[in-house]
Design a binder for this molecule. Structure first.
Ligand code: SF4
Length: 430
């Protein structure tokens, strides 16, 4: 797998929430699995709403949840929120160092700070000292939009203007990167001067290519664990592509210890997609179902789009083990493409033929596929949990029924050359 860049390890959480380790590989530590973070979208001072949102995000699989604390009424709510949640909480502080002190006092598990937004170094020092006393880490979050101090607006406009004139690969790219590194070095000096090393770094941008370049550079220069993200990525539809492009580019280079995908949408999608990215790259052990589904084509024999949605929704609640389930629109290529699935359904002539680890267990009408597939998956899960069966133990060696309808293939038809396999895949014949 990808060799992770060794970093210092930080700990986020406590006995009650469990501790999430971030980074590792230095100081005798091993790299912790890459964790998934997200942020609440509602007001933190709305205790009930905030608790409900945090718990929903934790249930979706978030390892760590961040909340914004722009006002005193937000930090005042933290104690009650912490009592009713069981996932590590990060307080996101901008501008007001006192919010950070109040959040630490309330018992949060980590502070996110942009030192550039707090002008007085003594105030930054006060936050560092409070975190040191409480034994909690700080993320230094440097965003493209905030590295130039806000009082220097003209300079910032000049920089941004140059960026859009020259394109992001040109001069502004390099200039901005130089500025980010200089700012980070300056900030890290503040922390090191206080002998505080319990630090993670992020340097997000809205530009995926720039994000990759920036984190590569930061990773070369600092040993702190890195929190990856593309900021202001936009709606889920386009934000997903932008975020995944940048994050997978970095993770496959071994860069990144914790991630947050950000969308202008329900944060549960951020968690869902972040986890799926890590599963896809083999950086996290999958929890729950891995769904394989054919893209559909003119050979399709049931309403597969709806079936896949229904199967995904139903199984994501019912199945907790990393079971591979395949939903295929026909038997032409289905068996080859579903190879390795624990449970598979192949559509044929408005029917569903269901297999469990290669054994045909049912042939049901289209309207009964979902219920029967769920029942088979639940039964298989019980057998796995009781030790009677093992995930992935038997590869799919399925002989499709023949014939199964006008378009149905069957091995005999394929062998006779009556049906072309569109992708040239070979169907196992035993
Ligand atoms: S050939 Fe069958 S399994 Fe493959 S995409 Fe078409 S409908 Fe789906």
């Amino acid at each position: 797998m990808f060799e992770r860049k060794p970093t210092h390890q930080i700990r986020v959480g406590d006995e009650r929430t469990g501790v999430v380790l971030i980074g590792g590989g230095l100081d005798g530590t091993s790299p912790a699995p890459v964790s998934v973070q997200t942020m609440t979208a509602g007001y933190t001072h709305d205790v009930d709403g905030c608790v409900a949102e945090i718990n929903r995000l934790a249930e979706a699989g978030a390892d760590i949840v961040r909340v914004a604390v722009p006002e005193k009424k937000d930090t005042a709510a933290l104690r009650a929120i912490l009592e009713q949640t069981s996932v590590p909480i990060v307080a996101d502080v901008h501008f007001h160092f006192k919010r950070a002190l109040e959040a630490v006092e309330a018992g949060v598990h980590k502070i996110r700070l942009n030192p550039g937004n707090i002008q007085d170094r003594e105030q930054v020092n006060a936050v560092i000292d409070a975190c040191k006393d409480a034994g909690i880490p700080i993320r230094i979050g440097v965003n493209e939009g905030s590295i130039i101090e806000r009082k220097d607006k003209q300079q910032r406009q000049k920089e941004l203007g140059a960026f859009f004139e020259r394109g992001h690969i040109g001069g502004r790219h390099a200039k901005l990167l130089a500025l980010i590194i200089a700012k980070l070095e300056e900030y890290m000096d503040i922390f090191h001067d206080r002998d505080f090393h319990d630090v993670a770094i992020s340097c997000k941008s809205m530009d995926a290519a720039f994000t990759i370049a920036a984190y590569q550079e930061v990773s070369k220069r600092f040993d702190a664990p890195l929190h990856l993200g593309v900021t202001h990525a936009g709606p889920k539809e386009t934000g997903a592509v932008r975020s995944i492009a940048a994050l997978s580019g970095l993770l496959t280079q071994g860069i990144g210890d914790t991630i947050r995908i950000s969308y202008a949408n329900d944060s549960a999608y951020e968690v869902q997609d972040g986890l799926e990215l890590l599963y896809a790259l083999g950086l996290r052990e999958r929890r729950g179902v891995e769904l394989i589904a054919c893209p559909t084509c003119g050979r399709i024999q049931v309403d597969l789009f709806r079936l896949v949605q229904d199967v995904n929704r139903t199984l994501s609640k019912a199945i907790t083990i990393p079971m591979k389930v395949a939903v295929m629109g026909c038997v032409v290529n289905g068996p080859g493409e579903a190879e390795g699935a624990d449970v598979a359904v192949f559509a044929g002539d408005r029917k569903g033929i269901i297999y469990v680890q290669g054994v045909r267990v049912a042939n049901v009408p289209e309207g009964e596929i979902l219920d029967r597939l769920l029942a088979e998956c639940e039964s298989f899960q019980r057998r796995v949990l009781s030790g009677e069966a093992k995930l992935g133990e038997k590869s799919v060696e399925i002989i499709p029924p023949d014939p199964i309808g006008d378009l149905g293939s069957g091995i005999a038809k394929i062998a006779a050359g009556d049906v072309q396999s569109p992708t040239g895949l070979t169907i196992n014949q035993t």
